[in-house]
Design a protein around this ligand. Structure first.
Ligand SMILES: Cc1cc2nc3c(=O)[nH]c(=O)nc-3n(C[C@H](O)[C@H](O)[C@H](O)COP(=O)(O)OP(=O)(O)OC[C@H]3O[C@@H](n4cnc5c(N)ncnc54)[C@H](O)[C@@H]3O)c2cc1C
Length: 459
């Protein structure tokens, strides 16, 4: 208790009372994210400027106090959970878009800006910030940068990394590093921007970012198709790409998820079929019309039971809502959803789903698969009953061991979007190998020798 008072009081002295809290409910909110871990910090700081971050880090570094940076706190792997207590450094109040500049094709933002807000602002001037995590109405750009977030449209446009041109980062000792620039090409020195993107708050605190914008596509359209079996839908994904089409999104859904969706949304919410495919195309109006007319007969030829066209913007939006509802449908089952954002080489999609079904039979844990088929990034959800029960949790962990062993044995990766955090910590070394672990550790030691930034995670 004495320590809490000391850290809290010292921070109040440093920053002023409105920027610091140790109230029980504030500590509780900042103890978790959307995963299952919880650990209370001793104090929460609400930084409003880069200078606030500098002061907190200088203070913490001198005393060896852990600092865990938090964006919006909607991560899926416990990344912003302060496993070793100390200070949670929230950047949620640093939420201003500082500049929107179509002439340079850049936006300069503070880290707490909500992703969807930047997309809306860019759209307002005819420009586009493509990275589109499903959480975009809630998550922050700083969190996206720290996890290198992705989403459905990353098939065509790429994940967060290619949109980060420059960063201001406060290092563990409080020094301020500016790396990259506002230029769209830059090969000056090492790729330090790339080093910080995806570093999960362990190498520095992103206090400002210069992001790349591109012209907004004139229009979009969608085709949705159902198939009697998952392998037909997976085959269609390959054929679409091999026919020279690059849709902005290719989303596949398996039978378990469709059953849950029909239960949650009503039996008529989806046409018949045990696999579902969403194909989104965007670009100039004439090109989108032509491409849609070419793709529909291709899907029919590949055995689609139904093919539906969606051309108006609202119609496309309602299909994305349906896609989001797949997630809510799984939650509605009442089972705990362990959402594993694994990735396989695209040629292994069918094998992955066959393995997942085998795992379900062997363990008795239902497995639901859906996601970004074009990237081979299939969210494989273990649906667990009574997850709080320790023996059930151990059983689920064993099933995850089997899943990740299979993934790594088949050239896949254990996370494509969410990061390692706490959730995937025990598989990190197997996933990257000992030389890579040592390289990670050397970089961490160089930038954060006292190990104050987000300690207890995967390094
Ligand atoms: C319903 C739902 C859907 C989702 N869909 C997707 C999806 O499609 N794609 C995807 O990629 N993710 C998805 N996620 C996961 C999550 O939204 C992303 O990981 C997102 O990037 C987290 O942002 P955040 O602001 O909430 O970060 P937080 O959870 O606050 O933090 C995440 C990590 O980033 C670090 N961090 C945060 N801000 C900073 C900063 N300024 N400087 C340094 N480090 C920082 C934290 O320390 C932590 O390690 C989803 C989550 C939910 C709940």
């Amino acid at each position: 208790m004495a320590l809490i008072t000391t850290v809290h009081d010292a921070l109040v002295q440093l920053l002023g009372a409105p920027k610091v809290s140790s109230a029980t409910e504030v500590l509780a909110i900042h103890a978790t994210d959307k995963w299952h871990a919880s650990a209370s910090p001793e104090a929460v700081v609400f930084a409003e400027t880069t200078e606030d971050i500098v002061r907190v880090l200088q203070f913490a570094n001198e005393r060896g106090i852990p600092v865990t940076t938090r964006g919006a706190g909607v991560g899926y792997v416990g990344g912003c959970v302060p496993g070793q207590g100390g200070i949670v450094l929230s950047v949620s109040r640093m939420n201003r878009i500082l500049e929107l500049n179509p002439e340079d094709g850049v936006a300069v933002v503070q880290p707490g800006v909500i992703t969807g807000d930047l997309q809306d602002a860019a759209r307002g001037v005819g420009w586009y910030y493509p990275p589109d995590p499903a959480s975009l109405r809630e998550c922050s750009l700083g969190g996206n940068i720290a996890t290198n977030a992705g989403g459905p449209r990353c098939l065509k446009y790429g994940v967060t990394r290619p949109y980060v041109l420059g960063l201001e980062v406060v290092l563990a000792d409080g020094s301020v590093l500016r790396c990259g620039s506002r230029c769209h090409k830059n090969k000056t020195g090492f790729d330090l921007v790339g080093l910080f993107v995806g570093s999960e708050g362990m190498l520095g605190v992103v206090s400002e970012a210069t992001l790349r914008l591109i012209p907004h596509p004139e229009t979009r359209a969608m085709l949705t198709a159902t198939f009697s079996e998952f392998p037909q839908a997976a085959h269609a994904v390959q054929r679409i790409l091999n026919s020279g089409h690059l849709p902005s999104a290719l989303e596949i859904t398996d039978e378990f998820t469709l059953r849950a969706a029909r239960e949650y949304l009503g039996p008529d919410a989806l046409p018949e079929g045990n696999a579902h495919l969403i194909v989104e195309i965007d670009g100039r109006q004439a090109a989108v019309d032509n491409e849609r007319r070419e793709l529909a007969p291709l899907l029919e030829k590949l055995g689609a039971l139904t093919v539906e066209h969606h051309t108006a913007d609202e119609a496309c939006e309602s299909i994305w809502q349906l896609r989001r509802d797949f997630s809510y449908s799984l939650r509605h089952t009442g089972l705990t959803k362990l959402n594993e954002d694994i990735v396989v080489p695209r040629s292994k999609l069918v094998e992955l789903v066959e393995f997942a079904h085998g795992l379900q039979e062997q363990t008795g844990i239902a497995v639901a698969c859906f996601g970004h088929a074009g990237d081979g990034n299939i969210h494989t959800n273990l649906m667990v009953e009574d997850y709080q029960n320790p023996s059930v949790r151990a059983h689920a962990d064993k099933a995850l061991d089997q899943l990740f062993t299979w993934i790594l044995g088949n050239g896949g990766v254990i996370t494509g979007e969410h990061g390692i955090g706490l959730a995937k910590k025990r598989w990190f070394a197997d996933a990257v190998g000992k030389e890579s672990v040592a390289t990670h550790a050397a970089i961490k030691a160089a930038l954060d020798p006292k190990g104050i930034l987000n300690p207890g995670k995967f390094i």
